[in-house]
Design a binder for this molecule. Sequence first.
Ligand code: SF4
Length: 327
Amino acid sequence: MLLEVRDLHVEFRTRDGVAKAVNGVSYGVDAGETLAVLGESGSGKSVTAQTVMGILDVPPGRITAGEILFEGRDLLRLKEEERRKVRGAEMAMIFQDALSALNPVLTVGDQLGEMFTVHRGMSRKDARTKAVELMDRVRIPAAKQRVRQYPHQFSGGMRQRIMIAMAMALEPKLIIADEPTTALDVTVQAQVMELLAELRRELHMGLILITHDLGVVADVADKIAVMYAGRIVETAPVHDIYKAPAHPYTRGLLDSIPRLDQKGQELYAIKGLPPNLTRIPPGCAFHPRCPMAQDVCRTDVPPLYDVTDSDAERGSACHFWRECLHG
Ligand code: SF4
């Protein structure tokens, strides 16, 4: 396994008390594989990713338990200098908001080139050539001319392509993309997703795709981990989840995707809001919003049951996963 997160716990000190953002998350991704991590905001998906990348603000964040094994090495035990080497060269991150992630006063050519001058010791001239190559590779038209332009001179979709180019500049083994297409319109979203999937195939990278939208990952992910209140509540190969979810929360997320054959009908929305992480409900954290909740759900935390029914591993943290799966 390229990356293996084991029983990770992260919390934040806030004025309201301790917010338990990540509560025992385990997941893994192999080279050439795409894992989509799905959940509403506050589910812990981005905090887990930031911890993997080593960019969590500590304090107020605190990693209280767990391991993050990258090619067998526990990243949480590395010195900051070693960690910095892993970041960028071996794993890279793509953020949602390219405009604030890019430096507004440097040309994109300078920013892309810096990856090669700093990490590879290249001359400025060679780095510029590399920058143009990268822009070509992520299909930015007229790369030779546009390499001299500033981030604000590009459209949202093109800026996201520049972010992708920066992330893949050093050909990392793992890319984490945090809501990479949320700010884009639907057509551009699909193009950017397709580009990411294509580069992942070409470079045989592991890809973790963080999103709140199940609709955007169907064609690109191999497997999905659904998060709620800092825990993984369902994990399965992508097609199994779309065919039959084994957790009511996943079912709710699937039912909230707009569908062409239901035009004009009111869109389903999961009732209520995700919990305040300083006061996670007892038992199953989803019980106040769950249409299938029973008494046991209010008292007993459901473990991640093994619900594998074919070769691929599958898990659901629901006491009533059978009823959900076959319902
Ligand atoms: Fe709903 Fe109970 Fe399953 Fe939680 S354990 S998802 S409350 S049915």
